[in-house]
Design a protein around this ligand. Structure first.
Ligand code: KIV
Ligand code: ZN
Length: 519
């Protein structure tokens, strides 16, 4: 059957993409980022051309405040949002950070509206919740006309009350109203009806943009977002790789490619530069150390891999037999082999930029030296190698820095590691015995750093094929309420292990300073 022709781009309704990787995404276990890492993501989101970047929750900590402020100062193009609860202190603090974005600054304030949240969490009567919401929006609107209001747990809110709150906050000055599925509970049919109910029952609904924000607890966040758009929502909140609280948020790359691929039945478009999707996804996992599952739609390593003979045969005849979108359209280059030992600095920097890494100055020098050393050891340097080099070399000056390691081990020897490292600029050294060279090395680092953190997980893998490949080590470390991931790479897996462990200790240190226990 012939397909209906896709609608012309001009006839399509634009769906705004509100990215909350740096706020909802960052607050999930293992995904925390320091300010410099947040800025790198924000610059990539600018290239991706998202409409709004939610950069953080300014009152949550000094680190969050600084990150929102720096993103507001540096990013041009997207609007910059900061989250705040519905109280004066939160709103004032949010604007203090957001004001640097001028008219592109957006105050995003929220309060829960479901009976269950109002009774057990807020311990407030509905009337007081409504009052707080209106008061908060009015205060925010005193700073900027760009105000978003979210009814937290909207999906479990009684519909007449939801409509009452939405009408009141729009009247108070909210220009975007968000209807989140905070707990990932709804299904597409139900969510469609909620949005439609608001369209039909809130008299001033046309004065604001309806936004949706779906969590993925039942694996339906993307499907629910699509249903909401069909019912009239015009902003979708999402994250790179779908990271976020618990099972995560609506995945930006999946939602965007649905709009692009199913233009035949979805008369919508968005402003995303889709060829930046893969670089964005890779940059995020590179920074957080959290890998994307191989079978993840759009950006997983297998998303465009055709294994079965029948599929490969079809692909050779005509790509559209098994490919509904092209790898190029999501920024996956056909060849992963990029550079060799004769490649110059210019080619190196250009390839890094294509992969989403904007390095300059000392960081670029360090990464280039490391690339040259690797190219001497290995004949072929792949994109994945470059990602790993950048992950190690683009870090800011940190508390712990690895110096040298010497290990002795073998089938008849007790493994011994001597580790020299710098702690806040002071060189320290020790030796430890262990159950194998990795154990001995990590014990020595543990002793020198005096850390009390537990090593929850240790994984070693090879970045590419061949015995000369770089080993990549990922560790998960926890202390109290804080869990962090560390990553390190080297052609020597003992060194990769030490780097990963030190990376994790530095992240833990940052997190503990930023959010002390109990906050
Ligand atoms: O999930 C949620 O309800 C949120 C709001 C604060 C928008 O993240
Ligand atoms: Zn959320």
């Amino acid at each position: 059957m012939a397909k209906a022709p896709a609608k012309k781009q001009d006839d399509r309704q634009i769906i705004r993409i509100f990215d909350t990787t740096l706020r909802d995404g960052e607050q999930s276990p293992g995904n925390s980022m320091n300010i410099e890492e947040k800025l790198r993501i924000a610059k990539q989101l600018q290239k991706l051309n998202v409409d709004v970047i939610e950069a953080g929750f300014p009152i949550a900590s000094e680190g969050d405040f600084e990150a929102v402020k720096k993103v507001a100062q540096m990013i041009k193009g997207p609007q910059i949002a900061g989250l705040c609860r519905s109280n004066d202190k939160d709103i004032d603090r949010a604007w203090e950070a957001l004001k640097y974005a001028g008219e592109k600054g957006r105050i995003h304030t929220f309060i829960a509206t479901s009976d269950i949240h109002m009774k057990y969490k807020l311990k407030m009567e509905p009337g007081r919740v409504l009052e707080s919401a209106v008061k908060a929006v009015k205060r925010a609107a005193g700073y900027t006309p760009n105000v978003e209001f979210s009814c937290e747990d909207a999906v479990r809110t009684r519909l007449p009350f939801l409509a009452e709150v939405v009408e009141a906050v729009i009247a108070a000055g909210a220009t975007t109203v968000n209807i989140p599925d905070t707990v990932g509970y709804t299904i597409p049919f139900e969510y469609f009806n909620i949005i439609k109910y608001l369209k039909d029952n809130v008299p001033n609904i046309d004065k604001a943009i309806i936004s949706v924000h779906c969590h993925n607890d039942l694996g339906l966040s993307v499907a629910n977002s699509v249903a909401a758009v069909q019912a009239g929502a015009r902003q979708v909140e999402c994250t790179l790789n779908g990271i976020g609280e618990r099972a995560g948020n609506c995945s930006l790359e999946e939602f965007v490619m649905i709009l692009k691929t199913r233009g035949d039945i979805l008369p919508f478009a968005c402003n995303i530069a889709t060829e930046q999707l893969t670089p964005s996804s890779r940059l995020l996992s590179n920074i957080t150390g959290i890998a994307v599952q191989p079978n993840k739609a759009v950006v997983g390593a297998n998303a465009f891999a055709h294994e079965s003979g029948i599929h490969q045969h079809g692909m050779l005849m005509e790509k559209s037999t098994y490919e509904i979108m092209t790898p190029e359209s999501v920024g996956l280059s056909a060849s992963a082999l990029v550079l060799g030992k004769h490649s110059g600095r210019h080619a190196f920097k250009k390839r890094l930029e294509e992969l989403g890494h904007d390095l300059d100055g000392e960081k670029l020098n360090r990464a280039f030296e490391r690339f040259k050393a690797l190219a001497d050891l290995k004949k072929e340097v792949f994109d994945e190698d470059l990602d790993a080099i950048v992950a190690d070399e683009a870090r800011e000056e940190e508390k712990y820095k690895l110096g040298h390691i010497t290990v002795t081990c073998g089938s008849f020897a007790v493994a011994t590691a001597t580790v020299q490292m710098e702690i806040e600029g002071n060189a320290v050294r020790t030796a430890e015995l262990g159950d194998g060279p990795v154990d001995a090395t990590l014990k020595a680092i543990r002793k020198l750093s005096k850390t009390k953190a537990s090593l929850m997980q240790y994984n070693v893998g090879s970045i590419t094929g061949g015995t000369d490949a770089q080993g990549e080590v990922t560790v998960r470390v926890a202390e109290g309420q804080h869990v962090v991931v560390g990553k390190g790479s080297s052609t020597d897996i003992i060194e990769a292990s030490a780097k990963a462990y030190i990376h994790a200790l530095n992240r833990l240190n940052y997190k503990q300073k930023r959010m002390p226990e109990g906050v």
